[in-house]
Ligand binder design. Structure first.
Ligand code: HEM
Length: 575
């Protein structure tokens, strides 16, 4: 539903409302783009209760679209009138804005500067009777999602994405219930820093394959394709002990990707009416094609995830002892006491939550290295001092490379790939700074604005500056308390904070340190030898993750011995 259609319809009623700058927003779901610097947020539409003019407009509706839009507005109004909010005393900070569920379908405007400047630290929306708050400051997000995490750790009800497509078993979208607690415990214990050491050989091998593929002149893929393949291969190896994936078109991965795409599409508010009007879930499947299709996808997904888990079970029964996330779940049934189906979906969730997010962060990282060559050179200087040029860096070098780590922190801060976090929800009513937050409110942690919060990161918060994470001697500085001392909140907040964050940081470390050691990343040049300009401001909304516009880059070996040292390393790993 394009904003412009709704806005035009309402404007013609003579009520105040704005339109979206069509050049900045793309209205097709899941593919919105927004510029980080110069965008305008759409005016939020303050609708008044039903009036004669709406009825008149319907009567005069010329097009089917206008008719449908107005029909939805009326249904929203009815929901609002029936909502418990009506019985509450008005709160000075409450903005009863109707119809925002439709606007949130293209949520890119939430990361625009305008959104924070105009609507402040906490924005309160009404999604057809569903209260929604957006925390635009680190202070409010930390106070609510961390300090009051007992109340803010639920997830909104995703009828299509969670209940229908995943039988309620997708860990990342699960409510704050007993099953979530058991899964979280099992995942947490299988991903501690000590356990993660078992995966260092796989991580190192994957990083080696990644640099070899980046340096291969015959491979002419945009950078993000390499990163996607590498991240996918790594997570499949760690979760399922799956063999290294060398092709982007691996059949098994294509199946999981198709499954993930369906989920990414279905979490976008407005993709399925059943998420706006949950009563529709009572419609029997035989009368609802969308429900039949969803249930079929659940059956296929269960079979696929069970098959992958079964593979590990058979290997263990045959005496296999290779480490993997699934093997550790099977070997420690006491951790969380999960059923076989729960284990399969927990493992499947790790894949879906870990592959694209990591690939995306690598994509932003490479873009920053090309856009800021002085940062790249300084990191390479540090690596030369610590590692030298006779061998590739390893995890053992990690504590002595603070600048390499500072760049990773800065990427997760400057361009958080899950820019709007994963929404939380309240289990009880609450008050925050004079604002009433009803039970069941959806709470969006705007990680973009939290990470760019000037009150915490200073006036240059929008700038890419890894030095902010170092002290005067170039050593790592602990970040502010509200960032869990990490220097960014790219992994979210509270009890739902990313369970794979340590693994993600280790992957980013070994990939980036090896790429920096072996290669020089440069801008491409046009036929006149002039550097092609780079777009570091446009952000593509790809469902839950936000990624850069695909870019080209020139990758060269940094010195003569790179090829021979890499060849030895490949031989060592048998690749
Ligand atoms: C750079 C890479 C990554 C980023 C930026 C990232 C970011 C996030 C964010 C923002 C959340 C939501 C937190 C919240 O609700 O407040 C999340 C949740 C989650 N992440 Fe990650 N993540 C990354 C990598 C990974 C990896 C590698 C894994 C798996 C090994 C993983 C597994 C999960 C899971 C399972 C959840 C859901 C946790 C829950 O609902 O309790 N993530 N992640």
């Amino acid at each position: 539903m394009a904003h412009t259609t709704l806005a035009t319809a309402i404007k013609s009623m003579g009520w105040p409302c704005g339109t979206v700058d069509a050049s900045t927003y793309v209205s097709s779901p899941g593919e919105g783009t927004v510029s980080a610097t110069d965008v305008v947020a759409p005016n939020l539409m303050l609708l008044r209760p039903l009036s004669a003019s709406i009825i008149k407009m319907i009567w005069e509706a010329k097009t089917l679209t206008t008719g449908i839009v107005l029909g939805l507005v009326i249904i929203s109004a009815v929901c609002y009138i029936r909502s418990p909010w009506r019985k509450l005393p008005p709160s000075p900070r409450r903005l009863p804005i109707l119809g925002n569920a439709l606007q949130l379908r293209d949520k890119s405007w939430l990361i625009s500067k305008d959104c924070k400047e105009r609507f402040g630290e906490v924005l309160y929306l009404d999604g057809a009777g569903q209260p929604i708050i957006v925390c635009n400051s680190l202070k409010s997000a930390f106070e609510l999602l961390e300090r009051r995490s007992g109340n803010y750790s639920d997830r909104p009800r995703f009828v299509m994405a969670q209940e229908i497509l995943n039988g309620g078993l997708l860990f990342s979208l699960m409510g704050y219930n007993d099953c979530w607690r058991r899964m979280r415990r099992a995942a947490h214990e299988a991903l501690t820093k000590r356990v993660l050491q078992n995966y260092h050989p796989v991580q190192t091998k994957e990083a080696t394959i990644l640099i070899s593929s980046l340096l291969n002149p015959s491979v002419n893929l945009k950078q993000d394709r390499h990163f996607k393949r590498a991240a996918t291969s790594r997570i499949m190896s760690i979760v399922y002990d799956y063999p290294t994936i060398l092709s982007e078109h691996d059949h098994g991965v294509e199946k999981i990707e198709a499954f993930n795409d369906r989920i990414s599409h279905s979490v976008i508010i407005g993709s399925y009416l059943v998420d706006i009007f949950p009563w529709m879930n009572r419609i029997p499947a035989r009368f609802a094609k969308w429900k039949r299709q969803g249930l079929k996808a659940f059956a296929e997904g269960s079979e696929m995830f069970r098959g992958l888990l079964n593979h590990v079970q058979v290997d263990l029964a045959d005496g296999g002892d290779r480490p993997s996330f699934c093997a550790s779940l099977i070997q420690h049934p006491d951790r969380g006491s999960l059923s076989e189906l729960e284990m399969s979906f927990l493992a499947g969730t790790l894949y879906s939550a870990g592959a694209e997010t990591t690939a995306n962060s690598l994509s932003w990282w490479a873009l920053a290295m090309i856009a800021f060559p002085e940062v790249q050179r300084r990191a390479q200087g540090e690596i030369d001092d610590v590692v030298g040029r006779n061998r590739l860096p390893t995890f053992v070098d990690s504590p002595r490379l603070p600048y390499v780590h500072a760049i990773i922190k800065e990427i997760l801060r400057w361009r958080p790939s899950v820019a709007l976090g994963v929404p939380h929800a309240t289990t009880e009513e609450d008050w925050y700074e004079g604002m009433y937050i009803p039970k069941g409110t959806i709470c969006i942690s705007n990680l973009w604005h939290c990470n760019h919060d000037r009150a915490v990161f200073g006036e240059d918060a929008d700038k890419f500056r890894p030095e902010r994470h170092l002290d005067d001697h170039g050593e790592s500085l602990p970040g502010p308390v509200e960032t869990y001392q990490a220097g960014h909140v790219g992994f979210g907040f509270g009890r739902r904070i990313c369970v794979g964050k340590d693994m993600a940081i280790e992957s980013l470390f070994i990939d980036t340190v090896r790429i920096l050691w072996a290669t020089k990343l440069e801008r491409t040049r046009d036929e006149n030898g002039k550097e092609v300009s780079l777009d570091i401001e446009t952000i593509i909304d790809a469902g839950l993750v936000y990624r850069p516009v695909p870019y080209d880059c020139v990758v060269k070996p940094r010195f003569a011995e790179v090829e021979s040292i890499l060849a030895e390393e490949r031989e060592r790993f048998g690749i």
